[in-house]
Design a protein around this ligand. Structure first.
Ligand SMILES: [Zn+2]
Length: 488
């Protein structure tokens, strides 16, 4: 016999459960299945299909009116920066660099990395991002790395530690004995819940010193994630250096890749690399135009990422929306410039949901384990269902519904590695309060360390007077006057 609407406490690792009567987006060759079930046994997806026969004692989750998708995969998030959520909402990229390289970069501690990671990891599992690559570039010593890992182990999500240290030289730290000890201590047994990559950038110095870091990655058998195509910072020169040295392989993820030339995109395509597109970041911080419009012409696989919550949320629905809209926006603008109009959108909702799931799995090398609802794969699953939300009815175009209609408030159930971590809209055994307290303590530390003046100025960078545009229609009285005077 089975039970309907089980209580959260009934879920346990050895008890099978099944989602019943959902719209199932498999992201594999089965496509979308209406009124279908997904059965989970142990860590894995056991079966997908209509009216599944299930083992005795299986818990039943009523998923009618909902959409079941694979868990989302974020391939680039500086998780430690979530401790300063929203602080840089008005920043340009230069203010980010000043703050993290000079001001805060001087004083942050391992517990600040831990607090940010804890909050970010909790947010991931809460919002259906079952796998997150922590682009952790503040690991100035392995002690910081241990702090980052501690948080990733405390939250039951799937994570990839992208080990990085922007305050050091990658060819040095990647070859240092203490880093090698850190790797063998933490990553000697293979566990797909927590894996390791190297995270470093190639600014294009003529002697290409990053060669030593790529060699370390090769020696350790690790993938590399690197910010590429960031306007003025990492350019086509870096791609040329990597290509000429033979380091462009399928094991490389190029983050942003937003301002590269055709030759660079061809090199990425020819060597089997993937691109992590962080649309909201690229639109706001100016790395370049979000690159899906360019890379899709080369057949380069894309994944999605949020980059950092010091500016943006970690909301993957937002990532999908922004990406689809930016791609279409580019096509429209280019067509208008030719005096034409777009009569068919090239990028489809299905494509961005693929980027958010299978594309991410491919980018981190776990495409055989996660990214689709395929029997035999790990059970990383999201049920999007909200019976009281007007936005959740009717469901006519399931891919478009996930991308443009649903939101984080509709994340009903989240499963990671066969474990139910959220159910009926509530996390199971993962309270916010202790995390909030640790983050509050971290914020208090940074404020006191920087001083109130630097803290406030850091949050509100001035708009240079010479950037104000002469506007003959500017109001001189009334409320608009206040706006104009704010720049005085
Ligand atoms: Zn980044």
């Amino acid at each position: 016999m089975t039970e309907s609407t089980p209580a959260a406490e009934q879920f346990s690792s050895d008890r099978p459960f099944v989602f019943r009567n959902a719209t199932v987006i498999t992201m594999d060759q089965q496509g979308v299945l209406e009124d279908a079930d997904v059965l989970v046994i142990g860590r894995d997806i056991a079966a997908v299909g209509p009216r599944l026969e299930v083992p005795e004692g299986t818990l039943e989750i009523d998923a009618s009116g909902g959409i079941v998708t694979p868990g989302f995969v974020d391939t680039h998030r500086h998780m430690w920066q979530s401790a300063l959520r929203g602080y840089g909402g008005d920043w340009a990229l230069s203010q980010y660099f000043v703050f993290y390289y000079l001001n805060w970069g001087e004083v942050f501690r391992p517990e600040d990395v831990y607090a940010g990671n804890l909050l970010s990891a909790l947010e991931s599992v809460d919002t259906g991002v079952t796998t997150t690559l922590d682009w952790s570039h503040g690991l100035r010593t392995p002690e910081y790395g241990e702090a980052a890992l501690q948080a990733l182990r405390e939250i039951p999500g799937r994570f990839v530690l992208g080990y990085g240290n922007y305050l050091g030289a990658p060819w040095e730290w990647a070859n240092a004995p203490e880093f090698r000890d850190f790797v063998s201590k933490n990553f000697s047994s293979h566990d797909d819940m927590l894996t390791l990559q190297l995270a470093f950038d190639v600014p294009g110095a003529s002697d290409f010193p990053e060669r030593g870091a790529f060699e370390a990655a090769r020696e350790l058998g690790l993938r590399v994630t690197t910010h590429a195509g960031v306007w003025g910072a990492t350019t086509d020169t870096a791609i040329t250096q990597m290509y000429d040295a033979g380091f462009m392989t399928p094991e490389i993820t190029y983050v942003h890749s937003a301002s590269l030339n055709e030759q660079s995109y061809q090199k990425i395509a020819a060597t089997g690399g993937t691109v992590s597109v962080a649309t909201e970041s690229e639109q706001s911080a100016g790395q370049g135009y979000p690159s899906t419009w360019a890379i899709r012409k080369h057949g380069i696989p894309a994944s999605l990422s949020m980059d950092t919550s010091v500016w943006w949320s970690a909301d993957f629905f937002s990532a999908m929306r922004a990406t689809l809209s930016a791609d279409r926006s580019r096509d429209h603008l280019e067509a208008h410039a030719r005096g034409e109009t777009i009569v068919a959108n090239r990028l489809r909702a299905e494509d961005v949901l693929h980027m958010a799931t299978m594309g991410g799995a491919l980018s981190i090398g776990l495409e055989d384990r996660i990214g689709s609802l395929t029997p035999g794969k790990r059970a990383d699953i999201v049920l999007i269902k909200n019976d009281e939300s007007p936005a959740m009815t009717p469901i006519l175009h399931p891919y478009a519904h996930v991308v443009y209609q649903a939101g984080t408030a509709d994340v009903h159930t989240v499963v990671v590695d066969g474990k139910v971590v959220k159910y009926q809209g509530k996390r199971i055994g993962l309270p916010l309060a202790p995390v909030r307290d640790k983050v509050a303590a971290s914020v208090e530390y940074v404020r006191s360390k920087l001083g109130e003046k630097a803290w406030t100025e850091g949050m509100h960078p001035e708009i240079p007077v010479d950037e104000e545009i002469e506007n003959p229609y500017r109001y001189t009285d009334g409320d608009a006057h206040v706006v104009a005077r704010a720049h005085d």
